[in-house]
Design a binder for this molecule. Sequence first.
Ligand code: BTN
Length: 253
Amino acid sequence: MTTIINDTQYLGKNLILLQSIPSTNSYAKELLTKSKPKNGTVILAEEQTAGRGQSENIWQSNAKDNLTCSVILETHLIPASKQFLLNMAISLAVLHTTRAFTEEDSTISIKWPNDILVQQKKICGILIENTISGQCLQHSIIGIGLNVNQLDFGMHKQATSILQITQKQNDVFWVLKKLLVEIERQLAFIQNEQYLKEQYLKYFFQLNQTAKYIYKEKEVLGIIKNVNEIGQLMIEIDGKIHILNMKEIKFLY
Ligand code: BTN
């Protein structure tokens, strides 16, 4: 396996390869408290024993089968109030990476706020953790779990992988390389909010469609209309627009 990332300008030039650690995001966090890792440092683990997901969920991934990595970014040019721009850029980068390894005609979408779905099944989860200094971000840890070669997800029927979709195995390292190129490409648009938003909404799961959700512990019909500047979901329920955070709504599909 070659471990040189040569297709990027700065991402992955410092690459930390680990066999087994609790979580690449936690490792990155510790690195930032103890040292000054280079902008674009990537931590790639063959296995995570305590992978973390959004909302304090756990992230399970078979050892060696999938991409589990974290990218450390210096993000002091991004105002804290605009941190959702980073979410949109990373979601698009993962989406285009996934697209490159799956069939052209498979439906690929971004489920709010940043799950990547193929044929309505989750192929990738993203956990972005920011530190803030004054009005701006300081560092961002971009944690990405992209399912590459895992076939069996046990009881998680809503999960899928590149292998499940295409019946083809892929080298996890190749997927990482493509991902880093795509992240660099999307980060170049970080000042261009209009473009990122337009692209993000282009792939948005269930946008303008009537679908079932759990809201206030009840099943409701809702129509996603938009996301606002800070990434909250704008959804119409019973003729009224509700502006919601992640824990307030659950998709049923
Ligand atoms: C989610 O969908 O809940 C987000 C999952 C993020 C998982 C990745 S795997 C690499 C990185 N390290 C972690 O502990 N979590 C993220």
